[in-house]
Write a protein that binds this ligand. Structure first.
Ligand code: ZN
Length: 61
């Protein structure tokens, strides 16, 4: 079962959608994208509130 994450689902106006087989795989892609495109830092991405927000937006199916 694939998992997806869309930037739009966390309120970002961005067409990016990440797909992966596991949450770990997705988080790697999302972190990379967030840093390259949205200028987030590792500190911001490792923030528990940010993690929660991202994980809550991940959809299975
Ligand atoms: Zn994005």
């Amino acid at each position: 079962m694939a998992m997806t994450f869309a930037c739009r689902d966390v309120g970002v106006d961005c067409p990016y959608v990440a797909r992966g087989e596991t949450e770990e795989e997705l988080m790697v892609d999302i972190s990379k994208h967030a840093k390259e495109v949205h200028g987030y830092t590792d500190e911001q991405l490792n923030d528990p509130e940010m993690m929660k927000k991202v994980k809550a937006a991940i959809k299975e199916g």
